[in-house]
Design a protein around this ligand. Structure first.
Ligand SMILES: Nc1ncnc2c1ncn2[C@@H]1O[C@H](COP(=O)(O)OS(=O)(=O)O)[C@@H](OP(=O)(O)O)[C@H]1O
Ligand SMILES: Nc1ncnc2c1ncn2[C@@H]1O[C@H](COP(=O)(O)OP(=O)(O)O)[C@@H](O)[C@H]1O
Length: 571
């Protein structure tokens, strides 16, 4: 959701530290990375030696603003808690920080003197301390803060709710599931595939450091983009119950039956490609250090086996349950030259942001409440057209809660046009979500290696289940087999083997005979009665200064895309 700064200001004892700590806890519970720059702590480190003269206070506040800006630019939330008494200096920080929320903690001097947690008001009022803010040193209240609190008249919880409400309203933080699904909604979520979330990132710092040290002596395997993104998904539990990359026995049964060696449904391949030299070295040692293309060690692999897919299929009529020309098998036979299987321990740094806003733990937290609920997942790979909106409304009508995960291909888009990327697409879906009933739709984003065909559709459903969704919208293009092709893939498994219910729908279009959105099933007929367009066609038209038909894209979405182009051209 992007970084931002929450800037508390107010007299000593007004509540900056207390509310800052409560806010940090609330945001962390929502999966937001938070750094707190508390006034007292800053004066122990960053501003050590500074006093309370006007010049020292200005220097102190400028240093805080500089660090807060860096934290926000890295995508995290910075919470600052200095008195910051002078308006001009606060406004100077606001001007440098794109997403700045000023929280004014007001309280009467009498109330503060009564609190006096540090006994400073007593000393200041007795003249023992000179130049104490609010007593004999100026404090300039904000003119138009985003949030104004009266901490001498409202409870801490009321104050906190005002701050969080503003951050939600600004779209800086995701809403809590209870908010999305309405108060009193009771939720208990579908279990992850295989029964539990399998998180492969090493949590303990010490263990992580020990593994990083051991990795220095291991043979290395460099991750290609597919393996790097899959490793990030193994790390956060999205690919539960996998603990690593497929070994040869799993590979063969997945190809043949869309199951792991032990029989659990698993539709497609999660594999680690390596050169023969690297594969042999890893096999000889029994372990390998996995590195990004930049050479950063990000995981340790315990090698189960090394194999070549073509050796596995030689002499076999490998058709798989989906028949010949299975695109995923074809694609996997091209990976290599060797594949290395085994469990991974992820050291947590350096992996691509596969959608840091939506690892399963966080989406489950957001959906989780009590009792029973239904959440439909809609994984989208294009800008929001009327087609995606139609699917979203159908899903919302069915289960009452909708999670839209906006995916961008890790290989990037077509260089000939401005690619909105995952974040850009996500902001377009936020525009779309604003036309839905409030607090019913959660939008997050991620990147993926684009897989194809019915196996990808089943993987989409399992990824959605691991994130807590009970239903998953599944669409396949006509070339990939359409809704019936997807349904055939899900029929490989017995009812109930998957915890998620797939909603297999043909790709929607605008029907000129029905004057409404429809699909092949509800409006069969020739394509001359259909209005639709691919993302590429839409982006090209907008780039040429033309507007796509409103039956294909909402005008407000077109306007938002056009402004993206303007910003991209403006640099
Ligand atoms: N003269 C004077 N005026 C104001 N405050 C004083 C002073 N001397 C010490 N203290 C203690 O220092 C804390 C304020 O430091 P800040 O860095 O927040 O102040 S400033 O923003 O640089 O003005 C403030 O702590 P908080 O209670 O956290 O605000 C005071 O407890
Ligand atoms: N609505 C409120 N918001 C914040 N603090 C409050 C509120 N009501 C009472 N308090 C109390 O006021 C004191 C605020 O102290 P602190 O957070 O250290 O202030 P500051 O950091 O601004 O100096 C705490 O003892 C807190 O429990």
């Amino acid at each position: 959701m992007g970084g931002f700064v929450v800037w508390f200001t107010g007299l000593s004892g007004a509540g900056k530290s207390t509310l800052g700590a409560m806010l940090a806890a609330e945001l962390r519970a929502r999966g937001v990375h938070v750094e707190v720059l508390d006034g007292d702590e800053v004066r122990t480190h960053l501003s050590k030696g500074l006093g309370f003269s006007r010049e020292d206070r200005d220097t102190n506040v400028r240093r805080i603003g500089f660090v807060a800006k860096l934290v926000a630019r890295s995508g995290a939330c910075a919470i600052t808690g200095a008195i910051s008494p002078f308006r001009a200096i606060r406004d100077e920080q606001r001007a440098q920080i794109e997403r700045f929320v000023e929280v004014y903690c007001s309280a009467s001097i009498d109330a503060l003197a009564a609190r006096d947690p540090k006994g400073l008001y007593r000393k200041a009022l007795a003249g023992e301390i000179k130049g104490f803010t609010g007593v004999d040193d100026p404090y300039e209240p904000p003119v138009a803060p985003e949030v104004t609190l009266s901490t001498d008249r409202e409870s801490k919880e009321e104050s906190l709710a005002k701050i969080v409400g503003k951050l939600e309203e600004l779209g800086f933080v995701p809403r809590r599931a209870a908010a999305i699904l309405g108060p009193g909604t009771s939720l208990s979520l579908v279990a992850p595939h295989g029964g539990e979330l399998v998180i492969r990132v090493v949590q303990a710092q010490e263990r992580r450091e020990a593994l990083a040290e051991r990795a220095r002596s291991l043979p290395t395997i460099t991750l290609d983009r597919e393996a790097e993104v899959d490793l990030a998904r193994l790390a956060d539990g999205s690919l539960s119950p996998l603990k690593g990359f497929l070994g040869s026995k799993d590979w063969l049964r997945v190809a043949d039956e869309m199951r792991l060696e032990q029989g659990l449904p698993w539709p497609t391949f999660v594999t680690l490609a390596a050169s023969e030299e690297a594969a042999r070295a890893a096999q000889a040692r029994g372990e390998a250090a996995l590195c990004t293309a930049a050479g950063e060690v990000v995981a340790i692999l315990e090698v189960s086996d090394v194999y070549r897919p073509e050796d596995l299929v030689r002499g076999r009529k490998l058709l798989g349950p989906l028949g010949k020309d299975d695109p995923e098998i074809t694609r996997q036979l091209r990976r290599g030259p060797f594949l290395v299987g085994g469990e991974v321990q992820v050291l947590g740094e350096g992996l691509p942001a596969t959608g840091a806003t939506d690892p399963p733990r966080r989406t489950r937290q957001l959906f989780q409440h009590e009792g029973e609920t239904k959440v439909t997942a809609l994984r989208v790979r294009s800008i929001p057209r009327r087609a995606e909106e139609h699917l979203a409304r159908l899903a919302l009508d069915l289960t009452g809660a909708l999670w839209i995960q906006v995916l961008a291909n890790v290989e990037g888009g077509d260089a000939s046009r401005v690619d909105p990327g995952a974040r850009g697409r996500r902001s377009l879906y936020e525009v779309l979500a604003s036309s839905f009933p409030p607090r019913r739709v959660l939008v997050s984003d991620g990147i993926e290696v684009r897989r194809s065909g019915a196996r990808r559709a089943v993987l989409d459903a399992i990824l959605s289940q691991n994130h807590g969704a009970s239903h998953a919208v599944v669409t396949l293009s006509a070339e990939e087999g359409g809704a019936s092709g997807a349904e055939r893939a899900f029929r490989v498994y017995a009812p109930g083997e998957l915890g998620v219910t797939p909603l297999c729908i043909e790709e929607p279009f605008y029907s000129t005979t029905l004057h409404a959105m429809a699909t092949e099933r509800s409006a069969p007929g020739d394509t001359s009665t259909r209005i639709t367009a691919t993302e590429a066609e839409i982006l090209d038209r907008i780039q040429r200064g033309e507007a796509p038909p409103p039956e294909v894209v909402r005008p407000e979405i077109t306007r938002e895309i056009r402004s993206m182009y303007e910003r991209a051209k403006g640099g």
